[in-house]
Design a protein around this ligand. Structure first.
Ligand code: GUN
Length: 292
């Protein structure tokens, strides 16, 4: 039987509608949630992501303060901008799009964001609180993956979740979150150093591909009946497209459909969930600022 395709776009729309409803409640009290979205340089993928985020913010009734800086911006200039956004009471959240140009330390920049304005959940304080199971802004992509699993009623309790990829943005936080009692999964975290990768992925009840390598997860690596979550967003050349490229995931989707029980497509799988969870974090930041 072919896998059920998880409609990330539709589920994201539900989350966005809820964020819009909370935004309207704040607006009734004279507050408009505002996220400062900072992009340094002209990486085409980053421009596309940032544009998508700003469009979603506007649709939910929030303000996306669009700040675009040239690639030659110095680290000091960026840190000064962040300091001013930290002090600006009309800004509830701050997002600096990654990757940053080579001459700027992402660690230094992320650490400079006020933790209570860290809509991405990347600040060491939020990452530490997440690890300890304390309240924190959750990073948007892991949070989106968890929401998809919940919404599709995919059981995590006692199940084996195998994650491929150990990034700070996706793999690491997902491993920690899925191991929480609330989800109660047994977690295996695989990465580029894993020997015999397929021997692990074939044990997965839930297989999460977050390695950033096109089609690296082939059908033979998937246990029949597994739920497959594809976090990969890879641009591969496609002369038949006006843009010259198309998006593909880390999973060989067509072949995997014949093996998996559930699968997320790329695009319209995890991607839209990331944006939806960003809206949720932004409205949460504004609500918390209001309650202080
Ligand atoms: N680059 C890729 N994903 C993300 C994300 O979720 N947030 C930011 N700020 N940059 C990214």
């Amino acid at each position: 039987m072919a896998a059920a395709i998880i409609d990330g776009a539709a589920i994201a729309q539900e989350v966005r509608a809820e964020a819009a409803r909370r935004t309207a409640q704040l607006a009734a009290q004279g507050i408009t949630p505002c996220l400062a979205v900072v992009l340094v340089g002209t990486d085409p993928a980053s421009i596309s992501y940032v544009t998508g985020k700003e469009k979603a913010l506007a649709e939910a009734g929030m303000i996306g303060r669009d700040i675009r800086l040239p690639a030659h911006t110095t680290q000091q200039e960026l840190l000064e901008l962040i300091a001013s956004l930290n002090d600006d009471a009309s800004v509830h959240g701050i997002l600096v799009q990654l990757p940053l140009p080579q001459h700027i330390s992402a660690d230094a920049v992320i650490s400079a964001i006020r933790p209570d304005k860290d809509a991405d959940g990347f600040h060491p304080i939020n990452a530490g609180n997440l690890l300890l199971g304390r309240p924190a802004y959750l990073p948007c992509t892991p949070h989106g993956v968890l929401h998809l699993l919940k919404r599709m009623q995919i059981e995590t309790n006692g199940r084996h979740a195998v994650i491929v990829g150990r990034s700070n943005i996706v793999g690491k936080p997902l491993a920690v979150l899925l191991a929480r009692r609330e989800y109660n999964a047994t977690v295996t975290l695989c990465h580029t150093g894993t020997r015999g990768l397929a021997s692990y992925t074939r044990q997965a009840d839930i297989l999460i591909a977050a390695a950033g390598k096109p089609h690296m997860i082939t059908a033979d690596m998937i246990r029949p009946g597994a739920a497959v979550i594809d976090v990969g967003v890879n641009r591969i050349p496609d002369p038949s497209k006006k843009s010259g490229f198309r998006l593909c995931g880390d999973v060989d989707f067509e072949a995997a459909c014949g093996v998996a029980s559930y699968i997320t497509p790329v695009p319209k799988g995890v991607g839209p969930m990331t944006i939806a969870m960003l809206l949720q974090n932004t409205v949460q930041a504004a609500e918390q600022a209001q309650n202080r």
